[in-house]
Design a protein around this ligand. Sequence first.
Ligand code: CMC
Length: 385
Amino acid sequence: MSDELQRGLEGVLVAESELSHVDGEAGRLVYRGYDIEDLARGASYEEVLYLLWHGSLPTSEELDGFSAKLDAVREVDDAVLDTVRTLADAGERPMAALRTATSMLSAYDDEPRADPDDDDVATTTLTQGRRITAKIPTILAAFQRVRQGEDPIAPDPDLSYAGNFLYMLTGTEPDDVSEETFDMALTLHADHGLNASTFTALVIGSTMADIYSGVTGGIGALSGPLHGGANQDVMEVLHEIDASEKDPIEWVEHARDAGRRIPGFGHRVYSVKDPRATILEEKLRDLSDSSGDTKWLEYTTTIEEYLTEQGLVEKGIAPNVDFYSGAVYDSLGIPMDMYTPIFAMSRAGGWIAHVIEYQQDNRLIRPRARYTGPTDATFVPIDER
Ligand code: CMC
């Protein structure tokens, strides 16, 4: 047993996985061997989910069957919608509302709980996972509408996963470009090795707790600003720059002088630009060209160019996925505080895949801490202290 301390478990191998590989030095990401760029441009999010959950890309027939099962369970129980309303009225933040509502879904699931002694535990997890994945967009769109004083819109089973979310959010069927853009963003965020939220889901899964607990825990971990929260932080910065009418470089210099981190830059694994950021930057360029509104593109690329000149990128603090995703979501009319929940909507697919894979050869995750407290304290009863 090693006594070497690895703060933040940096570089520690804790599991084997066939799901995704992040090559931080080459700036490459693959899902089951397929390059993220090929999947983002050529496959739908449903195909990616199938790939992660079932091990291979589906044929058209397999995809139809898979999508039909997913689409059939999009609706959420009225009691969950009532809770969503209560949370919106209380001014709850979207990630916290999603965490509470996702946890509540289990109360309305007819599927028996996964039994650790049951050989078919993976099937139960998959069935429950499918329900959670199908219902998260319904919860999020309902939350957004209710807090705007509008009624939730029921899911449309004829629309794609991405298209249906945008429809439930806005009440209008999205155009092809918006649907494709959002679908691409979902694919880009679906899995990313053993990141903090996936590891959280895995720790929970390793106790053989049900997948509702795993996904709920994953949402909690993803909500932090060092993980999923950075996409909103980036957009807040872009708005701050816009409101102050400052040059983006001035903002960056000021932030660095104040010791602030630049959101959307840096990554525990990538030492070069995140491949997902490259794809989203291109998408933002396309969207800006077609709308003629190039403001966010100008700000982001100016910041990236400046930080590259300053040597930050060379030091490995390069743009990550969050640097460009916010501006892309903004072009779709999605409110800022929904960016991280959307990340959760997509990443839930990855959490579920990892838990299913890990439980095939389960080992309870139980690391150690080096005890640095006293060992010889003398107990004094409370009335003598
Ligand atoms: N801006 C300026 N300096 C930075 C940044 C940044 N965004 N990120 C890291 N650094 C510096 C940091 O100050 C430290 O410098 P020094 O060695 O001089 O003290 C050095 O880089 C190493 O930082 P670290 O905190 O030890 O690195 P880490 O691997 O623990 O951090 C990170 C990874 C993502 C938490 C960090 O880069 C960060 O806080 N970035 C901003 C938040 C962000 O964009 N998060 C989204 C991550 S990608 C989405 C996801 O996969 O969840």
